[in-house]
Design a protein around this ligand. Structure first.
Ligand code: IMP
Length: 178
């Protein structure tokens, strides 16, 4: 088994490029079926989802649009705590069918804070597609409508996901070695 080092940690192979690719094709096929006759707007959350979004979107055969946003978290007032804002969402989403693309849902905090903001802008529907999900780590429940892989609560890198900035350019997904 080929271990790799990212910063100070060792990672072991977990999902191959082929496994990721064939799973994405299946997920895309489902979306193509479910949205036939519609024109969904995909909203990909940067940075982590850039590779997944690109490969998924290539498999979408129906009319569809995509935009990329970044979520910024800042300290609000005492009562509001941390506030998440979307940077770059310059499209009008009223009445649109939205599909949010996320790399990984861990605790669910990011999406549970972001979803109300999307709902507030009165889209026609909102669904989530995530490449990875760690069900054991879920603290803030969010419904993932289309999922690549359900994985154990171990830190992973590769395929867009980073460990402290590094590892995003790896084609496979590696997980922290014991
Ligand atoms: P959540 O808000 O806890 O669901 O975390 C979501 C975000 O945390 C993801 O979009 C990732 O950027 C990051 N994240 C969570 N788990 C991992 C991991 O195992 N590897 C790399 N990034 C992760």
């Amino acid at each position: 088994m080929q271990l790799i080092r990212v910063h100070d940690k060792q990672f072991e192979p977990y999902l191959t490029a082929e496994e990721i690719d064939s799973r994405i094709k299946m997920v895309a096929q489902q979306i193509n079926q479910d949205y036939a006759g519609k024109r969904p707007l995909f909203i990909a959350i940067l940075n982590g989802s850039f590779m997944f979004a690109s490969d998924l979107f290539k498999e979408i055969t129906i009319d569809a649009e995509i935009c990329f946003i970044k979520l910024a978290s800042y300290k609000g007032t005492k009562s509001t705590g941390h506030v998440i804002t979307a940077i770059g969402l310059d499209m009008d989403i009223i009445g649109r069918d939205i599909i949010i693309i996320e790399d990984i849902v861990d605790t669910g905090k990011t999406l549970s804070e972001f979803l109300p903001q999307i709902d507030h802008q009165q889209p026609s529907s909102v669904k989530i597609v995530a490449l990875l999900h760690k069900p054991e780590a879920m603290v803030y429940p969010v419904k993932i409508d289309y999922l690549g892989f359900s994985i154990p609560s171990k830190f992973v890198v590769g395929y867009g996901l980073d460990y402290d900035g590094l590892g995003r350019n790896i084609r496979e997904i590696y997980r922290l070695a014991e």
